[in-house]
Structure formats: structure tokens, C-alpha cells
Design a protein around this ligand. Structure first.
Ligand code: CDP
Length: 226
């Protein structure tokens, strides 16, 4: 069997990673793993169980007894112990706490191991914060998507409005700036581009333009590999 192809997509909150990764995976016939959804699902379950989020050990124990799985389909469904949590894990309550949970080194160690085992034998696209640097350091393709804070907040506001949430621009800017800060400053697996990542600023690009840019790079270089 040919060596599986791995594509890593990292970047800050609201840069469009998940939408790009999902569409690319559909086009290429690759498996898509949304690693943010895994940290979100763990945070959701911890909040639901009324757990103390400052206790790293109990969060790791919780992770070990939690089954997080993905469905396929137009929208990628996320299941936590069999419960469909696709929408629940994107609630503002989870968004506010997820970076705290994701900063714990032992939580990350466990999650990274899970993510690496998912990526072993398949052509895969994974998105997150530390995919190109830690989870798939040997990925053949690494992309880091960015966009201005204002643009990312605008996209996130639209996404939340579609789900019935109402927030001001300032609230959203504050939430994602805070999350980016926590994600960038943590000691283990911080948000940063891998040295060999291609950085794409998506501020003035549509979703299709970003996908076409990435596809041109992958297919241009590797026509018979896919
Ligand atoms: O969709 P959005 O970009 O807002 O976030 P996400 O990809 O769902 O990730 C939610 C949070 O999970 C991030 O803010 C990080 O704190 C954490 N995360 C992480 O630490 N490492 C990853 N590989 C993916 C997500």
C-alpha cells in the first residue's frame, strides 16, 4: 500500500479551517478529523457533569472513559458516548471554557495519542492548532490559515446567528481574541505555524478560493498520488 497522505490544517479561531478541511476531504475522498471537536466534546461532558475544570487529573480520567466519534455526511456529526453533540459542543458555554481544558499538558498528551491513532493508515485531513507541529509532524502538506480578527469575528457572528444566538461584534472579538491568546501562550502544543507550513491569509478570499488554492498546491505537486 502507498504511504497514506496526511494534510494538516492549523490556525486561529474562525479562520475557516473546519469548512475548508471538510470540503477538501469530500473532494479528495480523505477522512476528516476535526480535533477541535474532540477538545470541545470533552469540555462539554465535563461541564455537563458539573466537574471542576481546574482539576487536570480528573479531566484526563474523564477523557479516558469518553468515546468521541465522527459520522460522515454533509455536516460532520460528532458523537460523545453515542450522543449527537454536533451543535452542543459549539455553544458559547463550551467555547468559553475549551481553551482552559485544552491547555492541560496531560489532557493534550492523551488527545494527541488518540488523534495520531486515527491518522495512521488512512489518507487524512486533520485541522486544529498543533497538527503540523505535534500531531502529524511528518504530514506531506501543512497549511496555516489566518484572517484578520475582525473578519474572523464577522464569520463567527454569522455562524452563531444562524443557530439563533445573538452577540455583539465586541463580544465575539473578545471571545476569540481571548481564546487565541490562551491557545498561543500555552506551553504544550501552542497555536503556531509549523516551520514548513504554507500560510494563507483568508481575509479576502471566499471558501472556494481557499480550497482551490490548496488543491492547486496538492494536485500540482502530486498528480498521481491521489
Ligand atoms: O472552530 P474554532 O476555530 O473556533 O475552534 P475549534 O477548532 O473547534 O477548537 C476549539 C478549541 O480547542 C481551541 O480554541 C483550542 O483551545 C482547542 N484545540 C487545541 O488546543 N488543539 C487542537 N488541535 C484543536 C483545538
Amino acid at each position: 500500500m502507498k504511504k497514506p497522505i496526511q494534510i494538516a490544517i492549523d490556525g486561529p479561531a474562525g479562520a475557516g479551517k473546519s469548512s475548508v478541511a471538510k470540503k477538501l476531504a469530500d473532494k479528495l475522498g480523505f477522512i476528516y478529523v476535526d480535533t477541535g471537536a474532540m477538545y470541545r466534546a470533552l469540555t462539554y461532558k465535563a461541564l455537563k457533569n458539573g466537574m471542576n475544570l481546574s482539576n487536570e487529573r480528573s479531566l484526563v480520567e474523564l477523557a479516558k472513559i469518553t468515546e468521541i466519534t465522527f459520522g460522515c455526511g454533509k455536516v460532520q456529526k460528532v458523537f460523545c458516548d453515542g450522543e449527537d453533540v454536533t451543535e452542543l459542543i459549539r455553544s458559547p458555554q463550551v467555547s468559553q471554557k475549551v481553551s482552559l481544558v485544552a491547555a492541560y499538558p496531560e489532557v493534550r498528551k492523551y488527545m494527541v495519542k488518540m488523534q495520531q491513532s486515527l491518522g495512521q493508515n488512512h489518507n487524512i485531513i486533520m485541522d486544529g492548532r498543533d497538527i503540523g507541529t505535534v500531531v502529524l509532524p511528518h504530514a506531506q502538506y501543512k497549511f496555516f490559515l489566518t484572517a484578520s480578527l475582525e473578519e474572523r469575528a464577522k464569520r463567527r457572528k454569522l455562524e452563531l446567528e444562524k443557530k439563533g444566538y445573538r452577540f455583539t461584534n465586541d463580544d465575539i472579538i473578545e471571545e476569540i481574541a481571548e481564546r487565541d491568546k490562551l491557545d498561543s501562550q500555552r506551553e504544550v502544543g501552542p497555536l503556531k505555524p509549523a516551520e514548513d507550513a504554507i500560510v494563507i491569509d483568508t481575509s479576502n478570499l471566499t471558501l472556494n478560493e481557499v480550497i482551490n488554492k490548496i488543491l492547486a498546491i496538492i494536485l500540482g505537486e502530486n498528480n498521481d498520488a491521489l
